[in-house]
Design a protein around this ligand. Structure first.
Ligand SMILES: Cc1cc2nc3c(=O)[nH]c(=O)nc-3n(C[C@H](O)[C@H](O)[C@H](O)COP(=O)(O)O)c2cc1C
Length: 203
């Protein structure tokens, strides 16, 4: 089993989303039929940011491979690496802080890199079809406030939409909310998130 952990906090030390995503991975490994056969890849988009989708990147992507400059080939290869990593994964664990009511820009850059027509999705006579099927997805959401099931939670509908569009429809969301509401609330929230992890693993 290949597990891909994607971290998107800007923080290295002290990131709750990274720590909780790691807890999901630990749990997956511990309960795997063959723990020794579990391969884990960790990509930390905060520590190693992926470049944004700017005009040069678009030009590189839309230039036929054999006509690309060395710089364009290098830029496309950076996206190719993320796509290959994702294609190889059976399980994907995303650590996602809320930043200004959205997902971190670092995660958006990853989504822009992995969304490629005819590779990870395609248009058919019946509409769009995601090509990254058969994967299990866990998304750990960390927030200073509390927005679960409210219109201000733009993260969940956005992630569900874009991941499903790419074929990743089996998604479990784990919430750690109220992390900025005092030490007690923080501890309760983290304990609740760990309980949610146990619950989704047993489901
Ligand atoms: C730049 C920035 C913007 C944030 N925006 C929000 C926000 O809009 N809503 C919210 O509930 N929390 C917000 N927070 C709080 C974070 O979601 C919270 O601290 C979370 O734990 C960060 O994830 P991490 O622990 O993995 O770094 C923000 C934090 C930062 C640093």
């Amino acid at each position: 089993m290949n597990i891909l952990q994607i971290n998107s906090s800007a923080r290295s030390d002290g990131s709750h989303s990274t720590r909780l995503a790691g807890a999901v991975v630990d749990r997956l490994r511990a309960t795997a039929a063959e723990p020794a056969a579990v391969a884990i890849t960790v990509r930390d988009l905060g520590q190693t940011p992926h470049p944004e989708l700017n005009e040069a990147a678009l030009q590189a992507l839309f230039t036929p491979a054999e006509q690309r400059t060395p710089e364009q080939a290098t830029r496309v290869a950076q996206d190719d690496a993320l796509i290959a990593e994702l294609q190889a994964a059976h399980v994907v664990v995303l650590g996602v802080p809320m930043y200004n009511f959205g997902v971190p820009a670092a995660l958006k850059n990853w989504i822009d890199a992995i969304s490629r027509v005819k590779v990870t999705f395609q248009y058919t006579a019946n509409g769009p079809e995601g090509l990254l099927q058969g994967k299990k997805i866990y998304v750990v959401l960390t927030r200073g406030g509390q927005y679960r099931n409210t219109p201000s939670d733009t993260q969940v509908p956005y992630l569900r939409t874009v991941l499903s569009f790419l074929g990743m429809t089996d998604i479990q969301f784990i919430y750690a909310e109220g992390l900025a509401l005092g030490a007690d609330a923080e501890q309760q929230s983290l304990a609740s998130a760990r309980q949610q992890i146990e619950a989704v693993m047993e489901a």
